[in-house]
Design a protein. Structure first.
Length: 172
């Protein structure tokens, strides 16, 4: 069984290396998650340091999934700071280490992220994912909807410009 935990900034800081390991493994496996060089550990560390800071400010919340005491997956729930967007949240960095895939971890993390957003009074969730990725199938199976796509949105680890699919879910 995988344990899922909501981490505060204080809890996340000593886990920086483990968070970086998951992101680095996903990028090395070709995931389109903002990074194109899995060997650029300093950029990955800066990313997580910024996100840990945003946990302290309340701009984001971080859920992690453990297997045998090791972080194997993450998801961020980001809250809009703009007054006209207080009802919505953005899901990002749904990452599952390649060794832990196909075990239902991503689905469980998404369910927890949706519950967390609902508990915070959010009624709309948004995310984007590389067009054609297997993640799209997961999101559609969880009642997410495609709003559209943007061509040439992000450079892949192979140097190709991929489209992104923008998705949303209305929470009841």
């Amino acid at each position: 069984m995988n344990d899922i935990e909501l981490l505060s900034a204080t809890q996340a800081q000593p886990l920086l290396a483990a968070l970086c390991d998951v992101l680095q493994a996903c990028v090395a496996d070709g995931a389109s998650v903002g990074f194109i060089d899995a060997h650029d550990r300093s950029a990955i560390e800066r990313f997580w340091q910024d996100k840990i800071f945003s946990l302290a400010s309340g701009d984001n919340q971080l859920l992690v999934a453990y297997q045998q005491g090791v972080i194997m997956a993450t998801v961020l729930v980001g809250f809009s700071a703009m007054p006209n967007g207080r009802h919505r949240a953005e899901i990002s960095k749904l990452l599952v280490h390649p060794r832990a895939r196909r075990q239902g971890i991503a689905r469980r993390l998404m369910q927890q992220a949706e519950q967390l957003a609902a508990q915070q009074g959010k009624t709309l969730l948004v995310l984007d994912t590389r067009s054609g990725d297997v993640a799209t199938t997961l999101y559609l199976s969880m009642d997410w909807h495609i709003a559209g796509s943007i061509p040439f949105y992000a450079e892949s680890t192979e140097g190709v410009l991929d489209a992104t699919t923008v998705m949303y879910k209305v929470l009841r």
